[in-house]
Structure formats: structure tokens, C-alpha cells
Design a protein around this ligand. Structure first.
Ligand SMILES: NC(=O)c1ccc[n+]([C@@H]2O[C@H](COP(=O)([O-])OP(=O)(O)OC[C@H]3O[C@@H](n4cnc5c(N)ncnc54)[C@H](OP(=O)(O)O)[C@@H]3O)[C@@H](O)[C@H]2O)c1
Length: 355
């Protein structure tokens, strides 16, 4: 858990009482929990607020402490609350980390596991029963499943908002990272031609994930090289980097093209000439996480094993500091996943229901 905003030193490993599911909740024994850049920003309080960009806050505002992080959970349902379907007990599940503003298929997330609620960097986690999607027969391992929700859900949301289809050419930035690599794989699975921006030493892995052309950002000519790779322009840019590239980068889009942004690793204050935006009928779209409809699409891909997430490394719970440090260093390609070694006895669980 984290007890306040700060560096890795605010992470503590503690022994806690078993969490109890409420009426419409289930208790999940965590098999694997994926790490995401948002774990770092949430721990640091790096999201700011609309009034004060330097305010320490989680992505939805002030955080309650202590907080167990970890949004991406795969595991086994071991108990359920009084009003949850008891037949789910024993199932392998992939947890949708979001709760939504309402029941519409395209509703926005209003809270997220590991941010507004205690998450999956633990042996057990309580989640709403209808957010636990059964994946018993998925060919993916638990570690692979736990790589999916935030990174692949966000990437799928970006492709949907960018209306990416099989005959499109797509530029993906941050393509060696969690969201970027997912976007490469998912866009390729749709049949799109993918040009990927990453550091040159990671290019083999990104190409292997499905990129047709790599733009090595370390050469310092990202826009010029991206232009050469797609002289007719891009239908969509899938961007988690933002920063100085956004303004001039709009010129890479075909008329009517879409720049979809979900992250700002290279800076959140951008300069752009809006004439380039409106004269070419471009769209600059913000995209955050997924919707219930997009998570359903993701669960379907997971059940059918359509894409296999790339796993860079796994860590025990006691190695969470190391996992977050490695995440911050960004030397890896693919997902870092925490695998708790669950040694607890289930003494307080009676026939799958809490009493
Ligand atoms: N809106 C949402 O719902 C949502 C969801 C998930 C993530 N995000 C955000 O999306 C961003 C990426 O997340 P992630 O989990 O994919 O991160 P990640 O796994 O750390 O990957 C980011 C990659 O971007 C590249 N990069 C890092 N700093 C850069 C810079 N200054 N300029 C250009 N490239 C840089 C690095 O690859 P190379 O060294 O190979 O270039 C790195 O591997 C973060 O800002 C995160 O907060 C947003």
C-alpha cells in the first residue's frame, strides 16, 4: 500500500485482514496484477487538477490513504456477497478496473481499482460482481490476462475513437510501452499498417509486435521520418507522448485524420496552430481508458486469444518497489506483472459466501 504521495519509499508491504465482499461484490484471489504508468503517477500525485496543474492528486482528484494500488487483476473468485451470483465462485476472471457513470455501453469510468478503491497488488481484492468477467477457457495465462485491462483497454479505446480499420495507416507513439505496444498489436490485428515511434534499441520487439516501419526517436527526426514512412499521410495518430510533437505533427494526418491522445509523457502543455486543425477537418481527440463496450471487446479478444500480450518480467509482492523502479526506468519492452504468492488459508470463507 501507499500511505501518501511520494517516491517508491511510500510503498509499504503490510499484513492486513482479509477484505470482505459487500452484497453485490466478489472476493478474488489475485493470480496476477499488471503494472501501469498510472501506478507511478498516482503514487506521485502527478495528475494535477484543472485549477492547479501542480496540485498533488490522483487522476480523478485527491486520493484516500492508505491505498493498495494495482488496476489490472486476473484471478479466481473465492467468495461472493449475499446478492452476487454464487455460481461465479471458482471461476477464473479478468476484472474490469472501472466503475462507470451509468449503465450506457459508452459510459465513462468514474472510479478505478487501485486508485479510488483498493486494488490488486495484494493476495486478495474485492470487486463488484458485474466487473468480474469470466475467462475460464481463455488460452492466455493469468499473467497475460493481467497485462490487458489498462494498457490494452486504453489502446483499444484509442483505436475505436480514432475509427481505425484494416485499410488505414496508423502512427503509434510510445510504441515500446504498455499502451503503445498494445496499440501496435491491436491495430495490426485489425489489418492496419502501423508505423511505430520508439527508441532504436527496442525496435526489434516493436516490429515483432506488428509494426511495418520503426521511427527511432533517438535520431531526433521523428516527424520527418514519419512523413517518409507514410507519404500519403496517416488516418490516425495514436499518441501517449504529446509534448512538442503535437503541433507540427498534425501535418502528418490526411485531411479528416484523427489525432488521439491518452498520455503526455513528453509534456502536457502543447502549442498548435488551430488553422491546421480546422482547415484540414482534423480531429484532436482525448481518450481515457475504456468503456463497458470496449472492455467487452477486450474480454472477447482475451477469450479467443486473438492477441497475446508481451510480458517483460514478473515480480513478487515484496518486490513491488523494484517493479515500479523498473517501470520508471523504461528499459524494458512489454508489461511488468506482479504475481502474489498466496499462502493464506481461507479460514473465514464458508462455502463461497461471507456470513
Ligand atoms: N488516459 C488513459 O486512460 C491512460 C491509460 C494508460 C496510460 N496512460 C498514459 O499513457 C502514457 C504511456 O503509458 P504506458 O503505460 O504505455 O507507459 P510506459 O509503459 O512507460 O511506456 C511509455 C513509452 O514511451 C516512450 N517514452 C517515454 N518518455 C518519452 C518521451 N519523453 N518522449 C517520447 N517517448 C517517450 C518510452 O519508449 P521508448 O524509449 O522506446 O521511446 C516508453 O517505453 C503515460 O503518460 C500514461 O500515464 C493514459
Amino acid at each position: 500500500m501507499i500511505t501518501r504521495h511520494g517516491g517508491p519509499n511510500v510503498i509499504e508491504v503490510r499484513d492486513l485482514p482479509m477484505p470482505r465482499p459487500g452484497p453485490r461484490e466478489v472476493l478474488v484471489r489475485v493470480s496476477a496484477a499488471g503494472c501501469n504508468n498510472t501506478d507511478l503517477w498516482t503514487r506521485e500525485g502527478a495528475y494535477g487538477s484543472a485549477d492547479d496543474p501542480s496540485q498533488k492528486a490522483g487522476w480523478l482528484g485527491p486520493l484516500d490513504f492508505p491505498r493498495i494500488q494495482g488496476a489490472d487483476v486476473a484471478g479466481i473468485v473465492v467468495a461472493c456477497g449475499d446478492e452476487a451470483p454464487v455460481d461465479v465462485v471458482g471461476s477464473r476472471v479478468l476484472v474490469d478496473p472501472a466503475n462507470y457513470e451509468d449503465s450506457r455501453p459508452d459510459a465513462r469510468p468514474v472510479d478505478v481499482l487501485g486508485s479510488e478503491r483498493d486494488g490488486g497488488f495484494a493476495e486478495y481484492v474485492v470487486v463488484p460482481a458485474d466487473r468480474a468477467h469470466r475467462v475460464d477457457d481463455s488460452p492466455l495465462s493469468d499473467v497475460e490476462l493481467a497485462a490487458l485491462p489498462i494498457a490494452y483497454g486504453t489502446a483499444l479505446g484509442m483505436l475505436e475513437r480514432g475509427s481505425v480499420t484494416g485499410d488505414h495507416t496508423v502512427l503509434v507513439t510510445g510504441a515500446s510501452g504498455g499502451v503503445g505496444l498494445a496499440a501496435v498489436q491491436l491495430a495490426r490485428a485489425r489489418g492496419a499498417r502501423v508505423v511505430a515511434v520508439c527508441s532504436g534499441d527496442k525496435s526489434d520487439a516493436v516490429r515483432h509486435a506488428g509494426a511495418a516501419v520503426i521511427v527511432d526517436r533517438q535520431l531526433g527526426e521523428v516527424i520527418a521520418q514519419a512523413q517518409v514512412a507514410a507519404p500519403a499521410g496517416y488516418d490516425a495518430v495514436i499518441d501517449v507522448i504529446a509534448g512538442p510533437m503535437v503541433g507540427p505533427g498534425l501535418g502528418l494526418l490526411r485531411p479528416g485524420g484523427r489525432w488521439v491522445v491518452a498520455g503526455a509523457l513528453d509534456g502536457w502543455a502543447v502549442n498548435l496552430d488551430v488553422r491546421r486543425l480546422y482547415l484540414a477537418n482534423l480531429a484532436l481527440l482525448g481518450s481515457t481508458m475504456h468503456t463497458p463496450r470496449i472492455f467487452d471487446l477486450l474480454v472477447d479478444l482475451a477469450r479467443r486469444g486473438v492477441i497475446r500480450p508481451v510480458i517483460a518480467a514478473t515480480f513478487g509482492l515484496s518486490e513491488l518497489v523494484e517493479a515500479q523502479q523498473q517501470l520508471a526506468q523504461r528499459q524494458h519492452v512489454g508489461k511488468l506483472v506482479v504475481v502474489p504468492s498466496s499462502s493464506r488459508r481461507h479460514a473465514d470463507i464458508n462455502q463461497g459466501r461471507f456470513h
